[in-house]
Design a protein around this ligand. Sequence first.
Ligand code: IPM
Ligand code: SF4
Length: 483
Amino acid sequence: MNTRTDPRRSEPLTLFEKVWKQHEVVPQTADTPAILYIDLHLIHEVTSPQAFSLLRSLDLKLRRTDRTLATMDHSTPTDPDEISGRVPIKVESAARQLKQLEVNCREFGVNLRGLGSDQRGIVHVIGPELGATQPGKTIVCGDSHTATHGAFGALAFGIGTTEVGHVLATQCLLQRRPKTMAIEVSGRLGPGVTAKDLILAIIGRIGVSGGTGHVIEYRGTAIEALSMEERMTVCNMSIEAGARAGMIAPDDTTFAYLKGRQYAPTGAHWDAAVERWRALRTDPGALFDEIVHIDADSIAPMITYGTHPGMVVPIGAAVPQRPGDAAHAKSLAYMGLQEGEEIIGKAIQVVFLGSCTNGRLSDLKQAAQVLKGRKIAPGVRMLVVPGSQQVKREAEAIGLDRIFIEAGAEWREPGCSMCLGMNGDLVAKGDYAVSTSNRNFEGRQGPGARTLLASPATAAVAALTGRITDPREFLAGAAPAAH
Ligand SMILES: CC(C)[C@H](C(=O)O)[C@@H](O)C(=O)O
Ligand code: SF4
């Protein structure tokens, strides 16, 4: 652990402190929060309706339409016929919400990636894809997984609906300055161990409130070795550790990802931007409020067994015993699991591959590699939902859709889908679902649904065997064991 830093000093600074400082319109005082300038405001259909109503009721205009980007994701159907309008959208509340977003965006001049757009997708997938997400920006959205964008060295966090209204009207936000935490990940992830396993292991270690009040900076050799998509998986789940945001210093991997994207700077502007972005890195000697060390080499594929993401173990471990812990017992009762029970070999009924955590091309590739030329187990339903239209197109261009369909999985239209089931894609009561998403709360994937969070590789191997299986067994070349 390190000592509290003095916020008035100028050097050396952390990545977070640099971005914060550059966006302080009015600094925080003992009695008042800071006023922060917001560079990018992302909007979706669930948390924006009341905010637009607020503007309307106060007769206000939207302050910066050019810094506001909207998409439809949470309530969108994944059935191509509903998307195209050949059949009506089945979930009425979803259809209403989508319509309302369209009306609001038209009235206030917001750039909307609507149902028919080939750039539509989950808000945290399309921001980076379009190059709207950039290092050093402040990015907000009425959505807790906005931390995803921190993978680029942006300060990105979720806000409430009232705050969405404030940002629409003023492009600013009242905010108290959070504390800082460094998570230093040394070593390298082993074969079959993914970024998802890393973040699950981190949450297992620090707990679901371990990051409360902090912005986490993930750093160290294991983080630097990650691709942008892997970094997004890690930052995405910062909120599940209670943190306000997660950040990773921008580097050549970041710049290579962004170059040439629609909203990325070009020509001399690009060169100037890269120079600016390079300077965002935490200065040597900068202090964090807290430092946690993790050894990547020691991490195994992880799986959750309970009803929050901190209830997680290495896949080969048994359900932990916590005598006298009523919350633990309640959680296990919901999950239909016993203390001391092995998780490996547990039968599952559903596999969901998708979400803003693991619905990108590399995630689909990871799963397709497992499923290629094979069939999923009889009785297992596997839903593959790309994170965006672009991910879908790219996956189809390299034949991943065929691999999934031939294996017996369903290949769907992009959106949040079964991550939270707002569009009607649900897990039945009592069924076990291995899900590549980020939340396993009671009822998250449907009333009574039991969610086990894991990586795309673990999810795909479970689909093949119909049981929880160690993906390393499969990668080692062994035919996945029929338990
Ligand atoms: C609907 C939205 C407000 C919510 C969030 O904030 O995270 C959702 O995206 C989720 O993942 O639970
Ligand atoms: S995919 Fe899931 S976690 Fe991500 S924004 Fe959608 S509902 Fe939230």
